[in-house]
Design a protein around this ligand. Structure first.
Ligand SMILES: Nc1ncnc2c1ncn2[C@@H]1O[C@H](COP(=O)(O)OP(=O)(O)OP(=O)(O)O)[C@@H](O)[C@H]1O
Ligand SMILES: [Mg+2]
Length: 387
């Protein structure tokens, strides 16, 4: 079978994270780590700080933690502010990305020393894909997590998308507030017209991007799933974009007219309920393995393998779209996979791409991996480096 991941093609750059420095971040008062451009293994018992390191890298990549939306929780309990700095090398050039979190929970961003106005400006400087135990929720729980996953992927390959999505959500909040005012006759229904226009414009952009990305993600995630479950004869994974506003081949024109029609038809009901009932905030993603819906019928192992395949698909997609290797962050990915899937996953990790993987137990790694890797041991927020 043709190698799927980590094939260094001529057009792809070798972006890698050179180092990370943490100040008052979670259980670290001060920490500096230098990474190898290929495999890095972080070993440590439970509750020592392994996930915290990956969380900090993810934070530099997407401007948000994967575990909390409250930035204040990231500041060390004994401190009043926190600072995270990462240095990435791309095409021989270094980029320094800094994020400071103040007591008020607000963050400030600097790229190469220059202050940036918006958190979204951070995206794209250090591209990383994190697979973590919480990813099971993408498959198992409600549609919000699946929409969030897709939106993160699109933002990483198309930086303007982040801002369009923010505009859409803002418009949605304001439109919902207006619907409630109309219900109590404080405002005229015609006040909705302007918001409808804005909702349709921003919403259509979101739908077009989601449709395109899901189609491509499906291909890459399916390849990853097949590889992990035995290659050619392996199981297949299929992703279907569930959007009420798409009928057949989607074009912006078709989506806009359908959007308008649906809003018109549902206006009365929307006023009655005080919320917007049409638009991409109601989208979902159907994840199937061999035709079976993983959310309802997947076994724990299938759901976990599906979520891992989604992340590996994300990795491949970012690589294809940005011509750059994203950093692959695997948090405790091995312990819950059976031996076969574990071996397949480790085989997929090759030298050309940077991988940072955490584990409580070195037995999950082949001796060769332990020998070649840059090995860290973490104990109580202190890191020692095994050569
Ligand atoms: N703001 C904070 N200040 C200080 N310590 C914190 C803060 N937030 C979390 N911690 C602590 O950091 C410790 C390490 O957490 P982390 O999630 O990184 O552990 P881990 O090594 O990944 O463990 P596991 O193997 O169980 O996943 C935890 O004991 C947690 O209570
Ligand atoms: Mg952990």
């Amino acid at each position: 079978m043709a190698p799927f991941l980590f094939v260094l093609t001529r057009e792809v750059n070798g972006m890698h994270l050179k180092s990370i420095d943490l100040l008052n971040y979670r259980n670290y008062t001060k920490l500096g780590l230098n990474f190898s451009p290929s495999l890095n293994i972080i070993l440590g018992d439970n509750a020592q700080g392994k996930t915290n390191v990956l969380e900090a890298i993810h934070l530099l990549s997407l401007g948000k933690s994967h575990r909390t939306h409250l930035n204040r929780e990231l500041i060390n309990w004994e401190a009043t502010f926190s600072c995270i700095r990462g240095k990435a090398i791309r095409g021989g050039k270094e980029t320094c990305v800094e994020l400071m979190i103040g007591e008020d929970g607000l963050s400030r961003i600097k790229i190469n020393g220059a202050l940036k106005r918006r958190v979204g400006d951070l995206i794209g400087h250090i591209n990383a894909v994190l697979f973590c135990p919480e990813d099971l929720k993408i498959v198992k729980e409600g549609p919000e997590g699946r929409r969030g996953f897709i939106d993160d992927v699109i933002s990483q390959v198309h930086s303007q998308y982040y801002f369009w999505r923010q505009r859409y959500l803002r418009c949605l909040r304001q439109r919902n507030a207006l619907l409630k005012q109309i219900a109590v006759q404080q405002r005229e229904p015609s006040a909705l017209d302007m918001w409808d226009k804005h909702l349709i414009e921003t919403g259509t952009r979101i739908i077009i991007q989601r449709e395109r990305i899901i189609r491509r993600l499906c291909k890459y995630s399916d390849e990853a799933y097949r590889r992990m479950t035995g290659g050619k004869g392996g199981d297949n994974l299929h992703l279907t974009y569930l959007c009420e506003l798409i009928e057949d081949e989607p074009t912006p024109g078709k989506i806009e007219s359908r959007f308008e029609l649906e809003l018109e038809g549902k206006r009365g009901l929307e006023i009655e309920r005080g919320m917007t009932l049409v638009g991409p905030h109601r989208d979902d993603l159907l994840i199937q393995v061999n035709g079976v819906d993983m959310r309802t019928f997947g076994s724990q192992g299938e759901q976990r393998t599906s979520s891992l395949a989604l992340r590996l698909g994300q990795w491949e997609l970012i690589k294809e779209e940005t011509k750059d290797f994203p950093v692959l962050l695997l948090d405790d990915a091995l312990s819950e996979l059976d031996e076969k899937r574990r071996t397949f996953l480790m085989e997929m990790i090759e030298e050309d791409a940077q991988t940072i993987i955490t584990s409580t137990n070195p037995v999950y790694f082949a001796p060769q991996h332990l020998k070649d890797a840059n090995l860290f041991r973490i104990e109580g927020g202190q890191v020692s480096h095994d050569v």
